[in-house]
Design a protein. Structure first.
Length: 303
C-alpha cells in the first residue's frame, strides 16, 4: 500500500511547508502529487494532513508515515549509493577461499597493501572451509579461490600469480642438508610431515614419491606450519613446502631447503574467479596486486 513516493511526499511537504514546494522538490507537477496523496488517503481510509489556512498540519496518521519516512528513506538512499558503488567496482565484499595451507602465508603479503588501497572493500578469508574450493566458487560461497592446482571448466577463470618451487625441508644437521637434491629413495627411512591433506593432493607424493614407486617410512600430519618446522628443526622428520617459505623460516630455525630431484618441482599459485565477474574493479585489482608481488616474492625465493 505504501510506496517510496508516498514517503518522499510526506517528508517533502513537512520540510517545505506546502504541496507546491514539495512538488518542485520532487520534480513532479502539483496535480500529480495531489493525485498520489488523494489515492493513498483513500486506500488508508484516513487523511494525512489537515489544512490550517494556507498551511498543512499532519494528522496522527500522517505523523506515523513521517516517522517511517525519516527512518527508511535515508537507508534506501544509502543502499542505493552502495549498490551503485558495487556496480562500479568501488565497494563490495571479497570472500577468499584457500585450497593450500602455505598459500595463507603468501596471501598475507597481498592482503595488507590491498586493504590500504581499497578501504571500502570488506575482505573475508576462509582458510579451513569444509567444502571443496571449486564447488564453493561455483556456488557463490566465495568470490576468489587461491589454489596451486586449478581445475579449468566453463564459467571459471584461473590466473597464475606466483611461481614457486616445492622443496624438501630438512634440519641443518640432516645428511641431506648439503645435498644438491633429494631422491625419492632418500625418504624411505624418513618421517614425512605434511598438512592434514589426502596424499593424492600432496605434490611430494604425486610428483615425487609415487612416480618412483617410493614412500616414506612414516607419514605424519600436522596442521600448523610453525609446529611442522619446529619438528623438522629438531630432527624429528622432514617436510615439503615452498622454497620462499622455508627461506623465511630458516632465518630463525635450523632448517634448510633441498631440491626434489634434479629438475625440482615447479608450482604456481592461481587465483580463480567466476568468468562473468572478472571485470569487477576491486576483484581485478586484487589479482593485479598479486601479480605485482610475484617479482618481489620470486626474488626472495632465489636468495
Amino acid at each position: 500500500m505504501l510506496e517510496r513516493i508516498h514517503l518522499a511526499i510526506v517528508q517533502a511537504v513537512e520540510q517545505h511547508g506546502s504541496l507546491t514546494a514539495a512538488a518542485e522538490r520532487l520534480c513532479v507537477t502539483q496535480s500529480a502529487l495531489s493525485h498520489s496523496v488523494r489515492k493513498l488517503e483513500e486506500r488508508l481510509g484516513t487523511a494525512l494532513w489537515l489544512r490550517q489556512g494556507r498551511s498543512l498540519r499532519l494528522t496522527p496518521a500522517g505523523q506515523q508515515v513521517l516517522i517511517l519516512a525519516q527512518r527508511v528513506l535515508p537507508q534506501l538512499e544509502q543502499m542505493e549509493t552502495k549498490l551503485a558503488q558495487i556496480a562500479q567496482g568501488q565497494r563490495g565484499s571479497l570472500r577468499i577461499g584457500m585450497e593450500c595451507h602455505p598459500c595463507y602465508q603468501w596471501l598475507l603479503k597481498v592482503v595488507a597493501p590491498y586493504l590500504a588501497a581499497w578501504p571500502d572493500v570488506e575482505v573475508d578469508v576462509k582458510q579451513k572451509f569444509q567444502f571443496g574450493g571449486l564447488t564453493a566458487l561455483l556456488d557463490y560461497e566465495i568470490d576468489l579461490l587461491v589454489t596451486p592446482d586449478p581445475v579449468y571448466q566453463p564459467g571459471l577463470v584461473f590466473t597464475p600469480v606466483f611461481d614457486y618451487e616445492q622443496v624438501l625441508v630438512v634440519s641443518r644437521h640432516h645428511p641431506l642438508a648439503q645435498a644438491d637434491y633429494a631422491r625419492p629413495t632418500d625418504l624411505q627411512h624418513e618421517t614425512l610431515i605434511t598438512y592434514p591433506v589426502p596424499a593424492e593432493r600432496l605434490d611430494i607424493f604425486t610428483q615425487f614419491l609415487l612416480p618412483a614407486g617410493s614412500a616414506p617410512a612414516v607419514h605424519k600430519s600436522i596442521e600448523t606450519t610453525d609446529i611442522m618446522l619446529q619438528m623438522v628443526a629438531s630432527g624429528r622428520g622432514v617436510a615439503a613446502l615452498p622454497r620462499w617459505l622455508v627461506l623465511e623460516y630458516a632465518q630463525r630455525l635450523a632448517v634448510r631447503p633441498v631440491r626434489l630431484g634434479p629438475q625440482g618441482v615447479a608450482k604456481q599459485i592461481h587465483l580463480g574467479v567466476r568468468s562473468d565477474e572478472q571485470g569487477i574493479d576491486y576483484l581485478a585489482a586484487f589479482i593485479a596486486l598479486a601479480q605485482e608481488n610475484n617479482e618481489m616474492m620470486a626474488a626472495t625465493a632465489d636468495q
